[in-house]
Design a protein around this ligand. Structure first.
Ligand code: HEM
Length: 492
């Protein structure tokens, strides 16, 4: 009897293992997974890096985390997937049971939605932003106003020997998206509400990064129903997101108080509300979810990039001098830089590419999933497979970038000294590629150009004597720098 039982158990395990490996064989090959736990033991979740096997598998492999995740670390393959087969890779991966952690409403907004709702939310949002002049003069004016206010804030800092650039930059950037969405700006000395949001957002991403139970809940979604364990694995994050979204709910309601069906819309909320009557995809929940997406994506990313910029320039005085020399030569010292200056400023363009490449702020790109069965590099990729296009790996490891950890804007400048090296620019992909690439890229590029040039036009950024610049990147989804003090010296 016991021999029979043993035979049955061994048979059942053998069958389950065989089933598991016949399941894993449907995906492009990668490091050999262990039955049921997959490659969990080989993935460094803490550092937010999935790229350990990039060389061994030529830039394309499956990691079972334990969900089957296609890791793409090669630029040409990311391009093949997201541009040549763009429609196949267009959906957003949403883990079962995680909607309420990452989204205001089910399949709502732009970042975490898929299908027709995503298409419509993204199309309408971009059309509203274009109406407000994204990439054109109106938006430029709004950014310049924020830059001017930021410069006034720097000028008012009494002790420039020890300056924390974080909040001036954060407020400059957050005020822009706040004004676009809700139609008003904060004064620098009356912005507690905004600071609370930013601190809440940072707490949220830091807890997401450090929570050891979350990967467990991702692997086994039913964990969220286990008392106590479920709370600390999932619900705690959902609570953080809900708390942060209260800011958005409040501001949407406030903006709607002045809504007028007939008048020309002056902010995103009004423009969206006006379009609701003629578009069935637009409703109150999606309005809030979309504002939440643009607000969160629209401030921490650009702020973090500009914070890195100050550190790279403080550490690389020669590059900073060259940048300033170009700004003073093209723009002068009397007026704020403008977008029309950009074409004449090749070193500045190169510097911004180098800042974005080296800052490489998204340690994990936003995950996608395949919309239908497709192919990549001749291999079959099944429907609904999770996709991670590792833009972070490309920008720090692609062989086109010689000594990739070195800050050297010159690398982007072609031999003629007047143009940029196309093969490097196209591999600099902080905004990702294809139909789901960053929806705020146009605005972010304006903010980076005007924010950076205005700073060096006015100030030399220096390290504090005896305190070397620390370029350690925090291991969170957004690679934020360590907060540190700098010295500002007026150059006007
Ligand atoms: C330096 C600044 C920024 C960087 C590096 C950045 C990067 C990214 C990346 C990598 C994605 C994911 C793309 C993909 O799925 O392949 C993304 C998505 C998105 N970004 Fe940005 N972003 C920045 C600034 C902004 C700004 C200023 C806004 C808003 C005004 C914004 C709004 C969005 C939205 C709404 C999405 C979701 C797009 C979709 O799923 O269709 N981002 N961003």
């Amino acid at each position: 009897m016991s021999a029979l039982l043993l035979l049955f158990i061994v048979g059942a395990i053998t069958y389950a293992v065989w089933k598991y490996y016949s399941f894993t064989s449907k995906f492009p090959s990668g490091p050999r997974p262990l039955p049921f736990i997959g490659n969990v033991h080989q993935v460094d979740f803490a550092s937010k890096r999935f790229s350990r096997f990039a060389d061994k598998f030529n830039g394309l492999y499956t990691l079972f985390t334990p969900i089957a995740t296609l890791e793409i670390t090669d630029y040409a393959l990311i391009k093949e997937a997201f541009i040549d087969h763009g429609d196949d890779y267009v959906d957003r991966m949403m883990l079962p049971g995680m909607e309420k952690v990452f989204n205001y409403c089910k399949n709502g907004g732009v970042i975490n939605s898929s299908g027709d709702n995503w298409r419509e939310q993204r199309r309408v949002s971009l059309s509203i932003l274009r109406d407000f002049g994204m990439g054109k003069n109106v938006m430029e004016e709004l950014v310049r106003n924020s830059v001017a206010e930021y410069l006034r804030c720097l000028a008012n800092i009494k002790d420039k020997e020890i300056v924390n650039m974080r909040w001036p930059i954060q407020l400059m950037i957050a005020n822009i998206i706040n004004e676009v969405l809700f139609g008003y700006r904060y004064k620098y000395d009356e912005c507690d509400d905004l600071i609370n949001y930013v601190e809440g957002f940072n707490k949220m991403i830091s807890e997401l990064a450090t929570n050891k139970l979350l990967p467990l809940a991702i692997a086994f979604p039913s964990v969220k129903y286990v008392p106590i364990l479920g709370y600390y694995a999932v619900e705690i994050h959902a609570e953080n997101v809900r708390k942060n979204n209260e800011y958005i709910v409040r501001n949407v309601a406030k903006a709607l108080e002045s809504f007028d069906t007939e008048g020309d819309p002056t902010n995103f909320v009004h423009a969206y509300k006006q379009r609701m009557s003629s578009n069935a995809y637009l409703d109150q929940d999606n309005l809030i979810a979309t504002c939440a997406d643009f607000f969160s994506a629209g401030q921490e990313t650009t702020t973090t990039t500009l914070r890195w910029a100050t550190l790279f320039l403080a550490k690389n005085q020669q590059a900073q001098d060259k940048l300033r020399e170009e700004v003073h030569r093209v723009v002068g010292k009397e007026r704020l830089p403008a977008l029309e200056d950009k074409n004449k400023m090749i070193y500045t363009q190169a510097t911004i590419h180098e800042i974005q490449r080296l800052a490489n702020i998204l340690r994990l790109n936003v995950f996608r999933k395949t919309h239908q069965p497709t192919t990549l590099a001749g291999q079959t990729i099944p429907e609904n497979m999770t996709i991670h296009a590792d833009i972070h790996y490309v920008m720090w490891n692609d062989p086109h970038f010689e000594n990739p950890k070195e800050f050297r804007p010159e690398r982007y400048i072609a031999e003629d000294g007047k143009s940029l090296r196309k093969e490097l620019v196209e591999r600099t992909i902080p905004f990702s590629l294809g139909k789901r690439a960053c929806a705020g890229e146009g605005l972010a590029r304006v903010e980076l150009f005007l924010g950076l040039t205005a700073t060096v036009q006015n100030y030399r950024i220096l390290p504090i004597p005896g305190q070397p610049i620390d370029l350690t990147q925090q291991e969170q989804t957004i690679g934020i720098p360590i907060e540190q003090m700098l010295r500002l010296e007026s150059v006007l």
